[in-house]
Design a protein around this ligand. Structure first.
Ligand code: EPZ
Length: 423
């Protein structure tokens, strides 16, 4: 299994081109199913999760061809005139839960499909009940059998009013994609407001959909009879940007994050980092993050956008391990997203957990150790801790990192920092 060796005591100083967002690209690829004549997506990050989604689309009969623009970005052309298969098989869905995003598009365009139930994963149980309830409200008949969701809407879906009891990102995306081809009007209340949802809605509108209210908690969709080819460039990855900002803070360095309006994409994170350890300066097409001279303890809780993103919790925790006091973290989204705590503790961190809360007592230094990545974001939190530690750290199970961080060692090298992959 591939590992990464991180040499301790390095300082980040440089410029990082932030890639397209994985969590925007995945629903956009699924949206290709809705088009009568294909979809061209630019700024797609070359990541293993993207390859998994392309494999799933190909299994359904979408022809995907990729052309690499550079190391950090590719263009994907999807040919979708008609599909030949309407089953998303377990073998693919088990690799990536976001596979559930084909459910809404397949059902609304073809009136039937089956998608393997994703099951839980390292960060929590991850139910999809709200995706299914929303589709039922739009007239779908749903059966759960043999580990699969069988969905049918013989005469098509109809518009509906649906209120999400909790905010769900992929749930909102699935219902949004289902509603664009439904008969009549749909209103989604308490919809998720993440920028990746706005990106999806903007692309669907370019394809001919009629969506309003994206980015607010009420999204209104007027169903249309068909969607068409367009070319769309994927939103920049705010989580990757936040991760490299933390790399600057934890190594007492500086980084220019290039490629987007990160103040708008990460409002609460930036506020908290200013309280903790970073100064931000606007630069052309990006934001500079500069170490402010100390790492102060902070308290925060993760919550849906625009609040502090759960996908930056593990990386921020690594930083707080080296703060000058006690920090409190409340993980409100995922019930089991503290798997990195045991690994950080192996490096000398002092963290205690009680339910959804972690108390982090800052220590003077961390020490390099062999550690194991437990999920995507946890994997980079260990790289960050390793960069600041005394001695070397070897991070095992790097396949987690490959799912969501494009060219990590190259981008770190662009900041003057060396890590090595060990095959
Ligand atoms: C998306 O997952 C992201 N994945 C996750 O990114 C991210 O952590 C998460 O949103 C929260 O921001 C993609 O966009 C592909 P949710 P998603 O449905 O959509 C509960 C990463 O590291 N819920 O918003 O699966 C659920 O249990 C990852 O890139 C229900 O109860 O998350 C959770 O507590 C991992 N019923 C909360 O809602 C449902 O039907 C939010 O989950 C659906 C969700």
């Amino acid at each position: 299994m591939e590992k990464i060796r991180v040499y301790g005591g390095q300082r980040v100083d440089g410029r990082v081109q932030i890639s397209g967002a994985k969590n925007a690209a995945l629903p956009l690829l699924a949206a290709a199913i809705l088009s009568e004549d294909g979809l061209t997506l630019k700024n797609i990050p070359p990541l293993s999760d993207i390859s998994t989604m392309m494999l799933l689309l190909e299994t359904l009969g979408v022809e995907c061809s990729r052309s690499d623009v550079d190391d950090y970005s590719m263009t994907v052309d999807c040919e979708t005139n008609s599909l030949s298969n309407f089953t998303a098989p377990y073998e693919i869905v088990k690799k990536m839960r976001a596979s559930i995003l084909v459910l809404g598009p397949l059902l609304t365009r073809y009136g039937h499909c089956s998608v393997s139930l994703p099951g839980g994963c390292a960060i929590g149980v991850r139910p999809i009940d709200l995706h299914l309830k929303g589709l039922e409200a739009m007239g779908a008949q749903i059966d759960l059998k043999d580990g699969y969701v069988y969905a049918e809407a013989k005469s098509g879906l109809h518009g509906a009013e649906f209120e999400f009891p909790v905010s769900t990102v992929t749930g909102t995306e699935n219902l949004l994609m289902a509603a664009v081809l439904a008969n009549g009007d749909t209103v989604l209340r308490n919809a998720a407001r993440e920028p990746e949802i706005v990106d999806l809605a903007n692309c669907l509108n370019k394809m001919g959909a009629r969506i309003e209210g994206q980015g607010t908690s009420e999204i209104r969709i007027v169903g249309v009879s068909g969607l068409h080819h367009t070319e769309y460039s994927v939103l920049v990855d705010r989580i990757e940007a936040g991760t490299y900002a933390i790399a600057a803070a934890i190594t007492k360095g500086q980084v220019d994050l290039i490629g987007g309006d990160f103040r708008k994409l990460l409002p609460t994170f930036i506020e908290k980092m200013e309280e903790c350890s970073l100064i931000f300066e606007d630069i052309p097409n990006g934001l500079r993050a500069k170490y402010a001279g100390e790492i102060r303890p902070i308290d925060f809780q993760t919550a849906p956008f625009p609040n502090f993103p759960t996908d930056l919790q593990a990386q921020t925790m690594a930083l707080l391990c080296l703060s000058s006091g006690r920090s409190l973290i409340d993980e409100k989204i995922w019930e089991n997203r503290f798997m990195h705590v045991a690994e950080l503790s192996r490096m000398g961190a002092k963290i205690s957990i009680s339910g959804s809360r972690a108390t982090v007592e800052g220590v003077d230094h961390l020490v390099g150790a062999p550690v194991m990545a437990t999920d995507l974001r946890a994997s980079f939190s260990l790289v960050l801790a390793g960069l600041a530690a005394q001695g070397d750290t070897v991070v095992d199970r790097v396949y987690h990192l490959n799912r969501g961080y494009c060219c990590a060692e190259k981008k770190l090298a662009d900041c003057g920092v060396r890590v090595d992959r060990i095959k």
